[in-house]
Design a protein around this ligand. Structure first.
Ligand SMILES: Cc1cc2nc3c(=O)[nH]c(=O)nc-3n(C[C@H](O)[C@H](O)[C@H](O)COP(=O)(O)OP(=O)(O)OC[C@H]3O[C@@H](n4cnc5c(N)ncnc54)[C@H](O)[C@@H]3O)c2cc1C
Length: 464
């Protein structure tokens, strides 16, 4: 291997924390092509196996290396409807399974993906695709996150008439109102949605299905319904002091900042601001890390991220070998911007002063593995941190059981996700609503599967 891995890297910390623009930089085309040349066209490409959409990575790396842009983007698009998004935000399961990663640095697959997608847009290679014939069948997609967008676009291209209902003011789901702009600029979503609109997908934003249009009306008007409403019921913290002012759910905090960035005028008293505060983010995952980066940009005095689980190892352990996802410590661009990370801490209570939060009391845990399961035990050690703002980022439980979900003939699994619909009901699911909280790439794959099943269902009923 003559060429080393070269990452585009992030903008300098002192510059990037002053704005909400994307932190990641771009390599020049020459370097990018060289990076693609590091792909070895393995006989058995494990990257392709690890990717949820089974991206044909060796093939499009080769086309990229040969500067066959159209061929490369067509190969990429075969399995991924939103490569400009996954190329920015995917944790890149593919790279962890790259054969090179056994003894070298893996290929920069994710960065190559976004560079290819951006080049294809620049060259005018990504254009609206208008179906030659319409089937006369109507489909309602509820929710416009990555799953809903994938279903809508695929069914529209297959000739069905697709209407997307979205309760928010703009489409995109968590891509728009969850993931911070410094990871994913919203112009990227607008550009793709513009193409879908030109192709004929109808977006009805600001419409809460189940409330503004009833489940019955939807079933009467459309031949099929696809629920792509995500999994948004947040896990709460049930401890004394939880009801004190100054405690927020991550999504309320993040979505408001994204709205402000988009120009929304939020009055001061409604603003959730970290400015000048000692912020504690409870939850050590990616959503928590997004809250860290957002709080830092809002000029928090200090940011501490607390996780109940132990600190992961820096290297793979023996029971976690390549090509599986490595359960190792991940440090995001937000962590690098100045936050303290604490591990193995359980929150016991939140202590107030003058009617607001003042301190949080935690106990140190010791974890041990028993029959493959991690079991916590109290060490007796206590820790009290001062705080004026707590953000809860402890994940999501299941979809919100709103009127729509209550009034459709659905079946739920033991975790509260929608596992299907009652027999004969033309109701299908895609994305987090069915899988539980997951990843963009998994939502896309789920959307592709749903589109196939719905298309088959509609075609059995024939054209109108
Ligand atoms: C803060 C945060 C950061 C994340 N970062 C990443 C990341 O970096 N990389 C990654 O791969 N994954 C990330 N994820 C996960 C990823 O965003 C989700 O897995 C993915 O968006 C799920 O897609 P979806 O289409 O199923 O649902 P969502 O994106 O949640 O979209 C569901 C949509 O349905 C709408 N809706 C719900 N009910 C109704 C109704 N009744 N009527 C009309 N509309 C309705 C909602 O408003 C929403 O727009 C992140 C998640 C969060 C919360």
């Amino acid at each position: 291997m003559d060429i080393s891995r070269k990452e585009a890297g992030y903008r300098p910390v002192n510059e990037r924390v002053a704005d909400f623009s994307e932190v990641e930089q771009v390599l020049n085309t020459r370097d990018r092509i060289l990076q693609a040349s590091r792909c070895m066209a393995c006989g058995v490409p494990f990257c392709h196996w690890a990717c949820s959409t089974h991206s044909r990575i060796p093939e499009w790396q080769d086309a990229l290396y040969r500067e066959q842009w159209e061929k490369a983007i067509n190969l990429l698009h075969l399995t991924n409807d939103l490569p400009e998004v996954t190329g920015r935000v995917c944790p890149a399961l593919c790279e962890k399974a790259c054969v090179l990663a056994i003894h070298e640095e893996p290929v920069t697959i994710r960065e190559n993906e976004v560079a290819l997608a951006e080049m294809a847009f620049k060259m005018g290679l990504i254009k609206p695709y208008l179906p030659k014939r319409r089937t006369g069948r109507k489909v309602a997609v509820i929710g416009s996150g990555p799953a809903g967008l994938t279903v809508a676009s695929r069914l529209n291209r297959a000739g069905h008439e697709v209407t997307v209902f979205e309760k928010d003011e703009d489409p995109g789901g968590l891509l728009r109102f969850g993931i911070p702009d410094f990871k994913l600029t919203k112009a990227v979503i607008d550009r793709r949605i513009d193409i879908y609109k030109k192709e004929g997908v109808v977006f009805r934003t600001g419409v809460y299905a189940g409330k503004d249009i009833s489940a019955r009306q939807l079933l009467e008007t459309f031949d099929a319904l696809c629920l792509a409403v995500g999994s948004r019921e947040p896990r709460d913290l049930e401890v004394p002091g939880r009801d004190l002012p100054g405690i927020w759910f991550a999504m309320d905090f993040l979505s408001q900042q994204n709205r402000i960035n988009a120009g929304a005028n939020i009055p001061g008293r409604k603003r959730i601001s970290a400015k000048g505060k000692h912020v504690i983010v409870i939850g050590g995952g990616d959503t928590g890390s997004d809250c860290v980066g957002t709080a830092i940009r809002q000029r928090a005095r200090s940011v501490t991220q607390v996780e109940i689980l132990p600190e992961p190892p820096l290297q793979r352990t023996e029971d976690n070998p390549w090509p599986y996802w490595p359960n190792t410590l991940r440090t995001s661009s937000s962590h690098e911007e100045g936050c303290v990370r604490l591990w193995s801490l359980r929150t016991n209570r939140i202590i107030g002063k003058d009617g607001r939060i003042h301190k949080v009391e935690m106990s140190k845990l010791k974890w041990k593995r028993e029959n493959g399961r991690m079991i916590p035990a109290e060490t007796g050690e206590r820790l009290t941190l001062e705080t004026d703002m707590i953000i809860l980022a402890m994940g999501f439980l299941h979809p919100v059981k709103d009127k729509l979900l209550k009034n459709l003939p659905l079946i739920f699994d033991e975790r509260g996700n929608v596992s299907g619909a009652e027999k004969e009901a033309p109701v299908f699911t895609a994305g987090d609503v069915a899988t539980g909280p997951s990843l963009v790439v998994k939502a896309i794959e789920s959307g592709q599967k749903a589109a196939r099943v719905i298309h088959e269902y509609l075609m059995k009923r024939g054209r109108k």
